[in-house]
Design a protein around this ligand. Structure first.
Ligand code: PMP
Length: 426
């Protein structure tokens, strides 16, 4: 068996059918915006490897931090023990996170960060004398991960809830915010979607928290909505004793042109989930941060302890990588980089607006989307990659890029050209 045949017979890839494995490239190395395949072909990683490789692959500051840490302490349990990488990363996170976010829980992946956040909400309500508050409300077209509770708040249709009927928890779904990010805000609650939130919270006293991705819904449709919705949602949640959870696993660390999606708003959530780009994409890592109200509420209640504690919690290699990534962000280049991506891609993708079958073209910070009026095939896009020199993996109706922030203007132009070609040919 060749290596690729072994892969096809024995290794499961994301969302694939073992009987019909999709086309797969064998990557031998990567640097900056580029991945190199085993046959020597070089492709720009237009996906930032599923949105996490912010500063490019093999960023020297991040790899050095990991190497240095590897020589000292690759891992140690976090039960009863602590270490400088966890503490130093914690300090950096508090410098950049919304000020009320004070209590950090380190974990392994985005889905687990969401599980932890949802568990915090339920434990808080329990400790607060509201044990019946164990369900969640969310907006349609959301995506929060593939573990059970996270999946229960993913869009019920694209999240395939029918497939898991009886196994996945049933939650409350309301329409996604109707006002788009650049449209004029409409104060009428019946029109802007807040009315439905208010009615749902008024009618049901079993809701622990409202969970959503602020500003940008990622996997559920690449939809950019108005920050005023979140300001309004905060007030409605407060009036009903319901917590607000922001899943910033995709929007965190500059992707929307501000450091966090929250920074587009005037409010702060009770619980914030971060992942993906936390380590600049170099190692799996995530965290859930909450305010004193929730943390102390849990701590002062029954049983007091927060019931979660993964083996690899606060892994020192991941903490060192994350600290290095935050230091790179502190230098501030991400702002000019995301402004450049936004400006250049807006110009270069504008011609797609007149293409047959294109429904919308939108760009925000480091996210550029051509939405078409039909479902596109990721495999077909894959097969064009060697011709365009850009690796893109569209889903649903969205042909999109979230490029590494370090892409040069020429690299960005190459990505734009690839997006335009996919929009014409798929
Ligand atoms: N939340 C959001 C908003 C995401 O985009 C993702 C991943 N695409 C997740 C949660 C799950 O993260 P992970 O794949 O690391 O479990």
């Amino acid at each position: 068996m060749t290596p690729l045949e072994f892969d096809q017979h024995h290794l499961w890839h994301p969302y694939t059918n073992v009987t019909k494995p999709g086309p797969t490239f064998r990557v031998s190395e990567a640097e900056g915006a580029w991945i190199t395949l085993d046959d020597g072909t070089r492709l720009i990683d237009g996906m930032s490897s599923w949105w996490c490789m912010l500063h490019g692959h093999r960023n020297p500051r991040i790899t050095k931090a990991i190497h240095d840490q590897l020589d000292k302490l690759p891992h140690v349990m976090f039960g009863g023990l602590t270490h400088d990488p966890a503490i130093e990363l914690g300090r950096k996170l508090l410098e950049v996170a919304p000020p009320s976010m004070q209590r950090i829980f380190y974990c392994d992946s985005g889905s687990v960060a969401v599980e932890v956040g949802m568990k915090m909400a339920v434990q808080y309500q329990h400790a607060n004398g509201q044990p019946q508050r164990s369900k969640f409300v969310t907006i349609k077209s959301g995506y929060h991960g593939d573990t059970w509770k996270a999946m229960s708040v993913c869009d019920p249709v694209t999240g395939m809830h029918h497939l898991f009927q009886g196994a996945v928890s049933i939650q409350y779904f309301i329409d996604k915010p109707s006002v788009k990010i650049n449209d004029a805000w409409n104060d009428d609650e019946a029109a802007n979607g807040l009315g439905e939130l208010r009615q749902t919270l008024e009618a049901n006293d079993d809701i622990a928290a409202f969970i959503l991705e602020p500003i940008v819904q990622g996997t559920g449709g690449m939809y950019f909505y108005h920050p005023e919705y979140l300001n309004g949602a905060r007030a409605i949640c407060d009036a009903h004793g319901v917590l607000l959870i922001f899943d910033e696993i995709a929007t965190g660390f500059g992707r929307t042109g501000k450091l966090f999606g929250t920074d587009h708003t005037e409010i702060e959530p009770d619980i914030l989930c971060l992942g993906k780009a936390l380590t600049g994409g170099h190692i799996s890592f995530a965290c859930t941060i909450t305010n004193d109200r929730v943390a102390l509420g849990i701590g002062n209640g029954e049983p007091g302890i927060f019931m979660h504690g993964p083996t690899f919690m606060a892994n020192p290699l991941a903490c060192a990588a994350a600290k290095a990534s935050l230091e790179i962000l502190s230098d501030g280049d991400w702002q000019t980089q995301t402004q450049r991506i936004e400006r250049q891609m807006s110009e270069e993708l504008a011609p797609a607006k007149t293409f047959n079958g294109v429904a919308d073209v939108r760009v925000l910070g480091g996210i550029a989307v051509i939405e078409v009026d039909h479902t596109v095939s990721a495999d077909q896009a894959h097969n064009l990659a060697k011709e365009t020199g850009v690796y893109l993996r569209p889903f649903g109706k969205n042909i999109y890029t979230m490029p590494p922030f370090v892409c040069s203007p020429d690299e960005l132009s190459q990505i734009s050209a690839a997006l335009l070609r996919l929009a014409q040919e798929l």
